[in-house]
Design a binder for this molecule. Structure first.
Ligand SMILES: [Zn+2]
Length: 337
């Protein structure tokens, strides 16, 4: 049996991250800066413990409190540019060749940002990563807020000047029937965009099935509930459905007691077509590099497995063919070196 991937391999391989929220990438330092910029005492406005996000939360709502507290201070295009630039620098520092960021545009619009200035600020910030740090945008609608939120999100996307490659449904599963979002799904098709759904995160296996069967999701965010349903797990393996899995996030909201108890190891061994991401990295005290370290340590991935995982992720992305080919070439060059 081949040796485990080394830490140098994990650090240096050109990586691909498909499930990361820009709204969930506001570091503590940036949140403090923005709170002060808007005249708010951070001790009042942010849910920090000893200057840090808690990292572990009693439940999803506990995480959401900390996340929304930080997001309320991203009010102007300059604020958003700061967040996006810091994000892009962080991806570049991790050798992340391609990222698909989930962007909840409506949060910033509700904070008072004018849409055209919002997209321009986002583009300027993301460009800071440089040409080797390619970043595309997937715009999400929060399902708890219903059909009108989804329709408003689509109107923003239609008017946007930004590299948007997909739409995504996020939020708390079960708060609305999935049929509510059939028009949102149809809009993705009409606009030639990819479509992905957060499902089987806190919700049951049936939520994954409905996302595939009713909404025709092209990828599933999380999907970890499938571990509880052997028939669904078989189906995911047989049909090679892509799950964008975020281990520390699931542990951080209390879905699993530890990374060792997380289904990623069984998914990997059984041949589930998963990719690995960090979801909301500072809020869960993690990075993509750390998530890969956990998987290598716990599931014993080799250097070859690590390469397979990155190739699989770029192939499953919503990037155009030229971008996919360019990123794939970087992974191939690293593999051959
Ligand atoms: Zn997510």
């Amino acid at each position: 049996m081949a040796d485990r991937a080394s830490d140098a391999d994990i650090v240096s391989i050109p990586k691909v991250e498909l499930h990361i929220h820009l709204n969930g990438s506001i570091t503590e330092a940036t949140a403090l800066t923005l709170a002060r910029r808007h005249g708010v005492d951070p001790a009042e406005g942010l849910k920090l413990v000893d200057g840090r996000y808690p990292g572990r939360y009693p439940n999803f709502e506990g995480f959401l409190d900390a996340y929304l507290a930080a997001n309320q201070f991203v009010r102007t295009p300059d604020d958003l540019e700061l967040v996006a630039a810091e994000f892009a620098r962080g991806q570049a520092a991790q050798s992340i060749a391609y990222s698909e960021i989930i962007f909840t545009a409506m949060i910033f619009v509700r904070n008072g940002m004018e849409p055209a200035s919002m997209w321009a600020a986002l583009r300027r910030g993301l460009a800071v990563g440089g040409p080797d740090t390619r970043i595309s945008i997937v715009v999400d609608a929060i399902r708890d807020l219903g059909a009108e939120e989804a329709a408003a999100t689509v109107r923003l996307v239609e008017a946007a000047d930004a590299p948007i490659v997909g739409l995504c449904l996020t939020g708390i599963e079960g708060t609305m029937p999935v049929e509510t979002f059939l028009p949102f799904r149809a809009d993705a098709r009409r606009l030639g965009l990819g479509f992905t759904v957060h499902a089987g995160e806190m919700g049951p296996p049936e939520s994954v099935e409905a996302s595939l069967d009713v909404l025709g999701a092209e990828r599933i965010g999380h999907g970890v509930a499938a571990i509880r349903d052997p028939a669904l797990l078989e189906r995911l393996i047989r049909d090679q459905v892509v799950l964008d899995v975020c281990p520390s996030s699931n542990v951080g909201i209390g879905e699993y007691p530890s990374l060792e108890a997380h289904p990623m190891t069984e998914f990997w061994r059984r041949g589930v077509r998963m990719t690995i991401s960090s979801d909301d990295p500072p809020f869960f005290g993690t990075t993509l590099t750390d998530e890969l370290r956990h998987l290598v340590r716990i599931a014993g991935l080799t250097r070859g497995d690590l390469i397979t995982l990155q190739r699989r992720a770029i192939d499953a992305s919503f990037a155009d063919a030229a971008t996919r080919a360019a990123v794939r070439a970087r992974i191939d060059a690293w593999a051959d070196a």
